[in-house]
Ligand binder design. Sequence first.
Ligand SMILES: Nc1ncnc2c1ncn2[C@@H]1O[C@H](COP(=O)(O)OP(=O)(O)OP(=O)(O)O)[C@@H](O)[C@H]1O
Length: 209
Amino acid sequence: MLSARSVAVGHGRTPLLSGVDLDVGPGEIVGLVGPSGGGKTSLARVLAGLDKPLEGEVRVDGRVAMLFQSPRRSVDPRLTLRRSIEICATESGVDWERLCTKADLPLGLLDRYPRQVSDGQLQRAAIARALAGEPRYLLCDEMTAALDPVTTAAVVTTVRRAADEDGAGVLFISHDLPLVGACSDRVLEIQGTRVAPSTALSTRKATRS
Ligand SMILES: Nc1ncnc2c1ncn2[C@@H]1O[C@H](COP(=O)(O)OP(=O)(O)OP(=O)(O)O)[C@@H](O)[C@H]1O
């Protein structure tokens, strides 16, 4: 479980969010929506252990990988995609075919540099890199915001598979409310300084039952 208890998040003395209690379980996709500047990224960074909470505690029973809107900022431009992925892999011999199938990344792109692939292809390489580290949790921060609808659908399918087949717990942050509703098992919403279950969005679970 990835859990936050009584967490406060912010960049100064005044918290952006406080009293955050949140759980992401294995195999579950939890959506997070909220206004621009509401603190979604700040919270995700605290959950990923990249920043410290102002108050409270984050507990996580495994590796966490974070995926961002712009993979160009997180992938080293001097390395081929293969090398970027290799250095994050838990296994020394990467099963490239299996990994690329999972991430929907064409094998033929592996020896290219980031500047030689499209944004959508690079996002898939970033996913492959994250999956190579066998994370128990994926924090997806607006990871589809710069992608076309077809690539968005492919990326969401990949994330869904990581949850269903590998048991990854996912926090899926997006401005795209229908997308969040369609791919999440439940949705949380930032309301002022609080994080609460969303009442506005129906989720895929609710739609299926
Ligand atoms: N490193 C930082 N130092 C100071 N203030 C910051 C820092 N990072 C973010 N902020 C501020 O904290 C607030 C919340 O930012 P955050 O990026 O968490 O919001 P968000 O909900 O992810 O927004 P968006 O949906 O627009 O991406 C904003 O007012 C932002 O300007």
